[in-house]
Design a protein around this ligand. Structure first.
Ligand SMILES: Cc1cc2nc3c(=O)[nH]c(=O)nc-3n(C[C@H](O)[C@H](O)[C@H](O)COP(=O)(O)O)c2cc1C
Length: 155
């Protein structure tokens, strides 16, 4: 199977908690069905999302996301084939970035308000990984949550 990973960032068009809940619910439902896994980081202003799965499914999913008016200025940070999943067991892991995340953001030279447009491809990937690890080990610290997929996906 041809496995693919993309990371993109975008600007929120001013969403409330209900909007975010809807996005996460839809992502969980759709991604589970097509074995797409990944991670969504966001704060009040920006999104950073990593998606991985079959190339065809990633293309279809990203096409829908890019046309969504709940965000704008969608910019691809990286898109490349891969041999393994970084987020093999989640249809969509998510972290809502709060002030406590400042230390980690600084490491990746992202400003405290979390503007992800300056991230490099490798930086964006490892930021997602580190947030996801923190999310599991110390979720209270990040104000984060995890949406579990229905079952575990392996390539
Ligand atoms: C920041 C952001 C991330 C999203 N992530 C996903 C996703 O991972 N998977 C998905 O299917 N839809 C995602 N969506 C929603 C899609 O844009 C679109 O509304 C949805 O896929 C439509 O699905 P439906 O036809 O089943 O309602 C996201 C939207 C936004 C704004």
């Amino acid at each position: 199977m041809s496995l693919y990973r993309i990371v993109y960032c975008s600007e929120s068009t001013g969403l409330d908690k209900h909007d975010i809940d809807q996005i996460l619910e839809t992502s969980d439902r759709n991604n589970s069905g097509v074995s797409v896994t990944g991670m969504l980081l966001f704060n009040a202003g920006f999104f950073l999302q990593l998606l991985e799965g079959k190339r065809a499914e990633i293309s279809r999913t990203f096409s829908r996301i890019a046309g969504d008016t709940r965000h704008k200025n969608v910019e691809l940070i990286s898109a490349a084939p891969t041999t393994y999943r970084l987020f093999g067991s989640w249809s969509m892991n998510y972290v809502s970035i709060t002030g406590n995340a400042g230390r980690l953001l600084k490491k990746y030279q992202v400003d405290a308000s979390f503007n992800p447009y300056s991230l490099t491809d490798k930086g964006a990937e490892s930021l997602c990984r580190e947030f996801s690890e923190l999310c599991l080990t110390d979720p209270g610290d990040l104000g984060s949550g995890v949406v579990s997929g229905q079952g575990e996906f392996y390539q």
